[in-house]
Design a protein around this ligand. Structure first.
Ligand SMILES: NC(=O)c1ccc[n+]([C@@H]2O[C@H](COP(=O)([O-])OP(=O)(O)OC[C@H]3O[C@@H](n4cnc5c(N)ncnc54)[C@H](OP(=O)(O)O)[C@@H]3O)[C@@H](O)[C@H]2O)c1
Length: 199
């Protein structure tokens, strides 16, 4: 399969590329990293990406930022970061990519454990992750040509614990390589509309 991987240079993206690259052609994409450049926040760059790479069999996204910070300091502007980047960025990726995705091809997006299991400072992330999972369930029943869509919901990643550990006390981290298996299940399996929790 020819697989576009947005966020291939990241902690999860590198593990997904490692898992899939022995069996498939990976096209790594980032804002500045990767073989092709696109920004989830910038719809024309997404259209330009699909014009350049033409037809693909899977579109995987392991990118997207959200604001973390104290509730008392939350503002519409800070909320907007995650809404525009991780949430609408991935939604717009699906809208922009569906014509370039082959019959029976798949989208795999990324949410996170905070959709169901909130932490202090994580309200913006919980909002975005929950909305993404709802979007995936809805899109799955309307996508055409046998196209599929799933979302991977990881807990905190082992490799990210030096940065995120203090916010995730009591959460059991998982290695990025284990999370990568859920992307493999989505891309190489047959299910659609699924939220794959790796907790
Ligand atoms: N790490 C964790 O513990 C964890 C746990 C649960 C969920 N998640 C979610 O998993 C996703 C990936 O996390 P990560 O820790 O692997 O991130 P990361 O290490 O920061 O990597 C993010 C990657 O995405 C690219 N990227 C970032 N923003 C982009 C944008 N707007 N458009 C296109 N590419 C963009 C970056 O490359 P460029 O700089 O070249 O753009 C980078 O390769 C995020 O949505 C995160 O919320 C992470």
């Amino acid at each position: 399969m020819k697989i576009v991987l947005i966020g291939a240079a990241g902690t999860i993206g590198k593990a997904v590329a490692r898992e899939l690259s022995s069996r498939h052609q990976i096209i790594p994409v980032g804002r500045s990293s990767g073989d092709f450049h696109a920004d989830l926040r910038d719809i024309p760059t997404l259209h330009a990406l699909f014009e350049k790479i033409s037809q693909v069999d899977a579109i995987v996204c392991t990118a997207g930022s959200v604001h973390f910070g104290p509730w008392n300091e939350l503002t519409p502007e800070k909320l907007d970061i995650g809404l525009r980047d991780k949430l609408l960025g991935q939604v717009n990726l699906v809208l922009a990519g569906q014509r370039s995705l082959s019959d029976g091809g798949s989208f795999t997006l990324t949410s996170g454990i905070l959709s169901e299991n909130p932490i202090r400072y994580g309200a913006a992330a919980s909002l975005v992750n929950g909305a993404l999972e709802s979007f995936v369930r809805a899109a799955a029943i309307e996508l055409s040509r046998g196209q599929r869509i799933n979302i991977v919901n990881p807990t905190v990643i082992q490799e990210s614990m030096p940065a995120f550990g203090p916010y995730f006390r009591g959460y059991r981290p998982v290695p990025a390589a284990d999370v990568a298996l859920a992307y493999s299940k989505s891309v190489e399996g047959s299910q659609t509309g699924q939220v794959y929790k790796v907790w």
